[in-house]
Design a protein around this ligand. Structure first.
Ligand code: ACO
Length: 428
């Protein structure tokens, strides 16, 4: 393949370099387009064809259904690694040795305390508030309690902010859930592992001792790893673009949480369970809902199906489907909703509409079934996704800062009114 692409406009030719990634991906570098052509821009609504950065963190091939963090396959990491190992890998580039892991883990557990005044902010939210809105607000509020988190020029302060937010987010997650349930807000224990501690903080009932459940710990560990990064998706791009203005880490993450909340992104895991429950209540007729999903006059979409990048099986969906079977069996739960989900998948995979559009189950199709089995309220599902995605956002934000990327600022094609004169209100 040539090393340049040529664009011809009004008989004039312009050359642009072709860049190649380590996995042989190819990009036309148009960074000199406006300057060379005196003002031409590209237009790409939804950025379907636009690379926003060069990144060494996550590789995914949507056609082949491949996902790798820093070169390691998602299948191997989900099977063998601890969530904090994966967090370290994503953020710092390599798997930690024992000493590096211990230091990272200790730095995190040391910071797993949230200023008590944050409880006053939490108290001001109504119990009906969606936990994603609460979590986004509390994450942003942490900036006020950790002023050095806005210093994005010092690597030392960046490291402190990173371990602080990895430590404090599970506390905020647990408090958000407990406040809704009317339970006292409390801490876990420094001695437990990160994932176990999260479960302990979330689920310990005020009148019961905590009993360790390894099935739940392993399942959550796996889910968090599977959600940990997914290159330049909507929330990650949000974190990078907010961070590109040199806003602090917590403010950038808070924006990412808001982006993840939407039902077309992380909010899909909640939407999937609500959809499956609605189908069950309606008699379990999956064919009726398949027809609705295909009807262009009906806004209904099969939630948990389709993906902007995967035009093949989402590799995470395969792993989660297997995990859902295992967790439900280990916990002795029979959930009719799992059967409805499997029925829908089976029908969709042989339905011409879905086959033609390459719509496969995505990461969210089966994750909600595991969260449900764990005893999580539906509106907490996307919050768990947030916990998983945290290291990915941090890694992408840190990469962007260390490369000193310029502020993100897309252009537009203006299609509004041309110049017109102001009319006094009486004359309009
Ligand atoms: N159900 C029915 N039809 C669908 C679905 C679906 N879930 N997803 C896509 N389609 C159809 C569209 O109607 C469109 O059909 P058309 O070509 O006849 O107009 C075609 O497939 C392409 O769909 P787009 O919306 O153009 O694809 P895009 O890449 O923009 O959207 C998205 C991807 C948002 C994920 C979409 O598939 C969707 O809405 N899925 C359901 C929501 C969901 O599960 N989101 C979670 C994604 S994973 C994540 O973010 C963690």
């Amino acid at each position: 393949m040539s090393d340049k692409a040529t664009l011809e406009v009004n008989g004039k030719k312009y050359d642009f370099p072709i860049l190649r990634g380590t996995e042989k991906e190819v990009a036309i570098d148009i960074s000199s387009l406006r300057a060379d052509t005196e003002g031409l821009i590209t237009l790409d609504s939804g950025y379907k064809n636009t690379g926003s950065c060069e990144s060494a963190i996550t590789f995914l091939d949507g056609e082949k259904g491949i996902l790798r963090y820093r070169g390691y396959s998602i299948e191997e990491l989900a099977e063998k690694a601890k969530f904090l190992e994966v967090a370290y890998l994503l953020i710092f580039g390599d798997l930690p040795n024992q000493e590096q892991f211990d230091r990272f883990h200790d730095d995190i557990m040391e910071n797993a305390i949230v200023d008590d005044d944050v409880k006053k902010i939490l108290d001001a939210f109504p119990k009906t508030a969606h936990p994603m809105g609460v979590l986004s607000s509390l994450t942003s509020a942490l900036t006020a309690f950790n002023p050095s988190s806005v210093n994005v020029d010092s690597e030392e302060d960046m490291y402190k902010s990173i371990v602080r937010i990895i430590a404090k987010l599970p506390v905020l997650v647990a408090w958000t859930m407990r406040k809704k349930q009317g339970y006292p807000l409390e801490y876990g224990s420094k001695k437990s592992g990160y994932v176990e501690n999260t479960i302990k903080m979330m689920f310990r009932k005020p009148n019961e001792d905590y009993e360790k459940n390894q099935v739940l710990i392993d399942a959550l560990n796996k889910l968090l790893i599977l959600h940990a990064d997914h290159e330049q998706n909507c929330s990650t791009s949000t974190v990078r673009i907010v961070g590109s203005s040199h806003a602090g880490l917590f403010a950038s993450l808070s924006a990412g949480i808001s982006a993840l909340w939407g039902p077309l992104h992380g909010g899909a895991n909640q939407a999937v369970i609500e959809m499956l429950e609605a189908i069950q209540e309606d008699g379990g007729d999956t064919k009726k809902y398949m027809a609705k999903a295909k009807d262009k006059n009906d806004p209904f979409r099969l939630m948990g199906f389709g993906h902007r990048v995967y035009k093949n099986f989402d590799p995470r969906a395969r792993i989660i489907k297997k995990a859902a079977d295992e967790v439900l069996a280990d916990l002795g739960i029979e959930d009719p909703i799992l059967d409805i989900a499997k029925g829908l998948e089976e029908e969709a995979l042989k339905d011409e509409y879905f086959v033609k559009r390459k719509l496969y189950p995505n990461v969210d199709f089966y994750s909600g079934i595991i969260y449900r089995a764990m005893g999580l309220p539906t509106d907490m599902f996307t919050v768990m996704f947030t916990m998983g995605r945290l290291p990915g956002w941090i890694a992408q934000w840190r990469e962007m800062r260390l490369k000193k990327e310029p502020i993100g600022r897309p252009r537009q094609l203006y299609i509004g009114e041309t110049l017109r004169a102001y009319q006094h209100i009486n004359k309009r």
